[in-house]
Structure formats: structure tokens, C-alpha cells
Design a binder for this molecule. Structure first.
Ligand SMILES: N[C@@H](CCOP(=O)(O)O)C(=O)O
Length: 431
């Protein structure tokens, strides 16, 4: 399998090359040269397959010969050692809980898969790889946890100061060893811009091997399709048309779900639900893509003003808005609407949604207004406890803090404060 740059299809790489480089030399995102649907038999009998078997069958065509099957199976087993339950909330509305992993966010899957792949590719290599990553909240913690102690790999995480939750900050600033946190005086978009600038800077790349652990990297992005298949396996017996609603920031997660659909997963429609950072809902209405400065919200991990992966979604649908609208809807919600949804579901059912999940719920309900007989699954992308302040203020309850989170709470934050790209560059050149 080869991957080509979305800027120029003549620029190609193997899976291994794409993972090690992160993005193509012309700074385009890599995209698989083909997506071969899995056999109808796979979907007919999916209930009889384990999650590990499903994941292997789904990802093997993309990894191809770059990782032997036995090693790939081991990587999958290391990545997926927790549950992905679909929990019914209301009639025809369920949530896919993606927060049972070590950092309690969906990013654990992609981060662990990528860390394992990079660890495998780095064996016997003498040059160390530096993983640069920008986070608006959840990616940072998952990457820190996934890459901790991986030989030959150093990680530098950029996060916007004061714009991630306290628990998210602890998760990405307290591990030490090969993990370093850069606290940026700016927004997530500034962090993402600095990361991209470093990739373009030959003074850095001439003496450092850089890669990205954001979902622009194919090894971070593609494994996110696993849990859409796990959800389908659980929801199939409902006998209804399935809709996924995905709280969306950088759009890698929903894009992976749409790849699962291209693999043949029978899904009626996808919904990309956003907070007021609504570049994509605007695009879906007007057909014009206009990035905007990100706005801080209570669903901070989605505070993205120029989502990296939307270009992949457009490409999946031949850049044709009309065709894309047949498969994807996108809606935006305010913080006030998000809190109201959290309160409503908590008072009616006792279920505690996190603010991101609540945006996903709202997106699903909006779609179901015109498609009432569908079975909708919204993604709970992170555990509500990661947004303790918002949950306490909105619901007046303090959820129990799970062991994974307790572990980091007592640790001391260590970050390097930076205000501009030059400071990041000096750090990378000196370390
Ligand atoms: N929502 C993200 C932003 C980065 O997204 P990614 O999936 O491209 O890593 C976060 O939580 O950091």
C-alpha cells in the first residue's frame, strides 16, 4: 500500500515512510492510494469476531508488508486492552464510550497504536525521532502516556496556556522522561502553526528527524476507525439504520469513521457536531472553507479554527460538496445549549455527559428531527471527570475520580513557557 500527498499525488510513501515523516515533503497530508472494502461476510458475521480480529482485518491493508502480521497483532493487543461499550441513553439514542483507556479519551487508541508502530520502526535505528504534537486538550495526555519510555523517541507537546482543563494539563506535564511540555501563550491554532513551521524549517529538519503525533499522521488517524466497527458490532442487532454523531475539532475522528464506511460498514449518515468553532458547519452550508481564529469554549478539545483533517474528508468525496452532503451533516452549538443538554440528560436519565459528548448528542438530535427512525450513536470522546469544573458548575455534582486520573493529580507540573516560534526553535536546536 502506498500513501500519496493530498497536495501532489506524485509524492508517495509506504506506511512506514508516512509514519516516520508525519506529513509529506510538500506538507500535504498522506492519503491511502485505495480503500478496499472488506467482504460482506465480515459485516454479516461481525458479532462472532473479537475486537482484536476486527481491528486486524480493518488495518492490515493500510499497513501491508511494513509490519509483519504477527507484530501487527501484538501492536493491536497492546493498543486495545480496554472496553468500548455502547450505552443506551434514550429511545434510539446511544453513546459509544471511548474513555475507558489510560488517559480516558478516544486519543488513547491512535496514540498507543502509533507509539507501538514507531517503536517497532525505530528498532536498530541510531537516530532518535522527535515527535512534535499540538494539543487543545486530550491528544497531549494520550500521546504523553502512549510514548512514555519508548526507546529512540522524544516527545514535545505544545499546548495553549490556560485553555486546557486542569486534569488535561496534569496528564501532559507531569510524566517527565522522554516527554516535554511547551506551554504556549496563545491558542491551539498557534500551537498547530508552530508545529507546522518546524516541519518547514530546514535548520531544524537538517539535523533532527521530526514527526507528528497529531491525527495528520496516518498511524494516529487510521486506527480511530476501529471503534466505529466495534460500535457497529454492538448496534447491528437493533435492526435499524445507524447514524454516528461525532464531536469534532480537528476532524480526524469523524474522518476515520467515514473510512470505516468506505470499508463497507453499513451506516446511513455521519454528523460532525461542533461548538461555536464552526468552520465546517459553515462550509457544509455555503461551500466556502473559511478558517477562523479559534474561540475558547467549555468543550475545549474542539476549539480548532482550521481543522487539519477536513481536507481528507473532502477528498474521500472527490471534493464534491453535493456528494459529501449526502453522507455528512454538520451542526454547531453554543456553550449554553451544551450545558442545557448535559442538565437534561442528567436529570432525565442520571447519565453524566462530558461537554464534548453533549455537543455530539445535540448534533444527533438535530439530525434525528428529520430521520426519527434511525438508531443514533454519539461518541463520548472523553470522561466527564476530565472537565470537572464544567460538570460541577452545570450539574452540581462531583463525579468520583477514577484511578487513572488520581495517579497524575498529586504530581508536579513541569512546562517550558514559550510565546513565539523562535523559542520553540531554540529548544529544538539545543536539545
Ligand atoms: N482535539 C485535539 C486537537 C488535536 O487533534 P488531533 O486529533 O489532530 O491530535 C486535542 O485534544 O488535542
Amino acid at each position: 500500500m502506498r500513501f500519496y500527498s493530498l497536495n501532489d499525488s506524485n509524492i508517495q510513501a509506504t506506511f512506514k515512510e508516512a509514519v516516520i515523516a508525519g506529513i509529506a515533503p510538500d506538507k500535504g497530508l498522506y492519503f491511502p492510494e485505495r480503500i478496499t472494502p472488506l467482504s460482506p461476510n465480515f459485516f454479516d458475521n461481525i458479532e462472532s469476531l473479537s475486537n482484536h480480529e476486527i481491528a486486524f482485518k480493518a488495518i492490515q491493508q493500510f499497513v501491508s508488508d511494513d509490519i509483519p502480521d504477527a507484530v501487527l497483532k501484538e501492536i493491536i493487543a497492546n493498543t486495545l486492552d480496554f472496553d468500548f461499550p455502547v450505552v443506551d441513553i434514550e429511545e434510539n439514542v446511544a453513546t459509544l464510550e471511548l474513555f475507558h483507556g489510560p488517559t480516558m479519551a478516544f486519543k488513547d487508541v491512535g496514540a498507543r497504536f502509533m507509539a507501538n508502530c514507531l517503536g517497532y520502526f525505530s528498532q536498530g535505528e541510531t537516530t532518535e525521532v522527535t515527535v512534535l504534537v499540538a494539543t487543545s486538550g486530550d491528544t497531549g495526555g494520550a500521546v504523553a502516556n502512549g510514548f512514555l519510555g519508548v526507546d529512540g523517541v522524544n516527545v514535545v507537546i505544545l499546548y495553549p496556556s490556560g485553555k486546557v482543563s486542569d486534569i488535561q494539563e496534569k496528564q501532559l506535564t507531569t510524566l517527565g522522561q522522554n516527554i516535554v511540555a511547551m506551554e504556549v501563550n496563545g491558542t491551539f491554532d498557534d500551537c498547530q502553526r508552530m508545529v507546522k513551521a518546524a516541519f518547514l524549517d530546514s535548520e531544524i529538519t537538517d539535523h533532527k528527524k521530526l514527526t507528528s503525533a497529531n491525527s495528520i499522521n496516518v498511524a494516529r488517524w487510521l486506527p480511530q476507525l476501529f471503534y466505529f466497527l466495534f460500535a457497529y458490532k454492538q448496534a447491528k442487532s437493533k435492526g435499524k439504520e445507524i447514524v454516528f454523531s461525532v464531536p469534532s475539532g480537528n476532524f480526524g475522528n469523524i474522518c476515520a469513521g467515514m473510512v470505516a464506511q468506505k470499508l463497507g460498514m453499513p451506516v446511513k449518515h455521519s454528523v460532525a457536531a461542533t461548538n461555536v468553532n464552526k468552520v465546517v458547519p459553515n462550509f457544509m452550508q455555503k461551500g466556502v472553507y473559511e478558517p477562523m481564529p479559534s474561540i475558547a469554549t467549555i468543550s475545549n478539545a474542539m476549539d480548532v479554527g482550521d481543522p487539519s483533517n477536513f481536507v481528507r474528508i473532502r477528498h474521500l468525496y472527490q471534493d464534491d460538496l453535493y456528494t459529501l452532503q449526502g453522507s455528512l451533516s454538520s451542526f454547531s452549538f453554543t456553550d449554553k445549549e451544551t450545558r442545557t443538554a448535559m442538565e437534561k440528560i442528567h436529570s432525565q436519565t442520571g447519565y453524566v455527559m462530558d461537554p464534548h459528548g453533549a455537543v455530539g448528542y445535540l448534533g444527533l438530535k438535530e439530525y434525528q428531527k428529520n430521520h426519527p427512525n434511525t438508531y443514533g450513536i454519539f461518541l463520548e470522546t472523553a470522561h466527564p471527570v476530565k472537565f470537572l469544573d464544567v460538570v460541577e458548575e452545570t450539574l452540581g455534582i462531583t463525579p468520583e475520580i477514577p484511578a487513572q486520573i488520581q495517579k497524575v493529580l498529586g504530581k508536579t507540573k513541569k512546562s517550558n513557557k514559550i510565546t513565539n516560534y523562535e523559542e520553540l526553535k531554540s529548544y529544538l536546536l539545543e536539545n
